[in-house]
Structure formats: C-alpha cells, structure tokens
Design a protein around this ligand. Structure first.
Ligand code: GLN
Length: 313
C-alpha cells in the first residue's frame, strides 16, 4: 500500500476526529477515567509488512477496558474450543447497552455475545480456573507486541469499588447456572483484564496479528490459531461496538472493538491493524472520534470489507 496515501489519510483523519471530540464526554464512573484529557487523540496503523504509521497521542497509556474482551475470548477459544465456549455464550448482537442485563434476564439462558459485559464475565468464569491473571498479562503483552503492558492498580481498585452493576450481572449469570467458576473470582479476572494499560500502538499491533491470521510476521510465530482469529474478527464486526455495531460496520466495513476509556482496536484483514485513542465517548460508550476517523481511513484507503477491489476477475 502506498505510504504517502496512508500518511495523508491519517493526517486528514486526525482533523476529522478532533472536530468530533466536543460532541463526546469522558466516562465519569471512576475518577481515573473522569480525569482524562478529553482532547487527546492518537492513531496508529501497523501493517502486516511491519510498517508502522503513528500520529498524535499514539503513545499515551490508557486502560484497555472492554477491548480486553477480545483477548479473553481468544484465550478461551484456544483453551476450550468453540463448542464449549459457545455453549455458555452466544454470538448474536444484543442491540442493548454493554452493561445491560434485561435481555439476559428476560429472554435468554446465556449472554448474547462475548463482547458485552455479561458475555465477557462468562468468559472470565471459564478462564479463571485455568489461568492466572499474570499469565493473561503475559499473553496480552505477546499478542500486542508490547512488553510495557501492566495492570493499572488505581483503576482496578476504583473499578472494584464501583462494580455493583457488573456484580449484579455476575450473580444473575450464577443464578442461571452459567458461571463456570466462583462468581467473585470471575468478576475479579474480568475487572483485572479491563485494567491493563495499552497504547494506540499496542492495539494496532494486536489488530495486525489478527489481520495476519494470528501470526507475528516478524518471526513467523503463530500467536493465535487461524480458526480463532477468524471467529474473533467476525464477532468484532457484528458485536464489537455494542448497539452501534451495525451502523459502524456499514460506514467503515472494518471489524472494530471499543472500550469505554476511548480505545479502538480495528482489523483490516490481510492488511493492517489500526489502534485509536481518544477518551471522549458517545452515548453508547464508543470513542466518538472513531466514526469519522475509521470512516475516512476506510474510504481513502479503500479498505471497507465489501469495497469493490480493482482486480481483473
Ligand atoms: N470496566 C468497564 C465495565 O466493565 C468496561 C466497559 C467498557 O469498556 N465498555 O463496565
């Protein structure tokens, strides 16, 4: 792909993203998120040819929050296989907010998908008997190609002090017989995973690994199996932006997962990973600058999943 074209698209995307920021708000449910500078904006692209393009606050550390749901899902699918995992959690968009429990209570005996809190707490329940948080940190560092990833202790403490709703979800899951391990242990691992500190660069690198079929192109090491990478990318496309997933998919055609701290992980299959950080989020908890940024990059680089490619077929 043409270098200059990528750099130009990134510069333009920065301008479009900045314009959108005033319409959003930083999350305020814990002080560590509320005190974030709303005007920060960073974007990073990591291509499968090992080129890295970065702009703005691409190196700023922030907590990964819900993007960790992708990492936990990868690990659970690797450890237990899809049959086991999808017996406990579905793969359908919920059309509800990320922390909703109504649809789980009223209609279903399992969470709609692993990208919402109820689904991710279920996945954490599978993992926590098998793997320690330290091992999950190591795995996250590996797939993000970032040795600097740590748990942000202050955020973790605040989250644990303010997790009544997630605790309610966890006990509802327990009441339905869905939790594979102790409820409090599962809730803790879920919350610990949300506290990992990443950058737009780490997310771009993780996206690049997923785009490259789970293989690190630098040393040809397979980090994620091909089947798992494919499944996870598909679920990101249909469920990664909660009840905004459909509109985002139409606009960008790029499988993406958001976190309430303002991060976005995007995967352009066979081509690149894109990481975005901008802490102002919309009313669904998705980075508000993300729509114009990824919409523009998608259009300019012609990387919408269903973009007509110029081939001779
Ligand atoms: N820690 C947050 C929660 O569990 C993460 C949610 C999110 O990023 N959307 O509520």
């Amino acid at each position: 792909m043409n270098n200059r074209k990528i750099i130009k698209a990134l510069q333009e995307a920065m301008i479009l993203g900045k314009k959108e920021i005033p319409k959003g708000r930083v999350a305020t449910y814990i002080p560590e998120l509320a005190y974030r500078d709303k005007n920060k904006l960073g974007i990073c692209i990591h291509t499968v040819n090992s080129e890295v393009y970065r702009i703005g606050d691409f190196n700023e550390r922030f907590t990964i929050q819900s993007i960790s749901k992708v990492i936990s899902l990868c690990k659970a699918l690797e450890l237990f296989g899809p049959e086991y995992v999808f017996n406990y959690v579905g793969m359908e968009p919920s059309g509800e907010a990320y922390n909703s429990l109504v649809e789980l209570d009223l209609n279903h005996n399992r969470p709609y998908n692993p990208m919402i809190n109820s689904g991710a707490i279920t996945v954490a329940g599978m993992l926590c008997n098998e793997i320690s948080f330290d091992e999950m940190i190591d795995y996250t560092r590996k797939v993000c190609l970032d040795k600097g990833i740590e748990s942000d202790r202050l955020t973790l403490q605040s989250e644990m002090d303010n997790c009544a709703r997630n605790r309610a979800i966890a006990y509802l899951l327990e009441s339905k017989g869905i939790m594979a391990s102790d409820v409090e242990d599962s809730l803790l691992l879920y919350t610990q995973m949300c506290s990992l500190s990443v950058t737009a660069k780490s997310l771009a690198s993780f996206g690049m690994i997923l785009a490259n079929d789970g293989v690190n192109p630098q040393n040809n090491e397979r980090l994620i199996s091909s089947d798992v990478a494919r499944t996870v990318k598909t679920i990101m496309l249909t469920c990664g932006m909660y009840d905004g997933s459909g509109e985002f998919a139409v606009l960008t055609g790029i499988p993406t997962k958001s976190g309430v701290s303002g991060g976005l992980l995007s995967v352009v299959d066979m081509k690149m990973g894109i990481g975005v950080y901008s802490p102002a989020v919309d009313d669904k908890g998705n980075c508000i600058a993300g729509r114009p940024i990824l919409g523009h990059i998608s259009k300019e680089l012609k990387i919408h999943l269903f973009q007509q490619q110029e081939t001779d077929l």
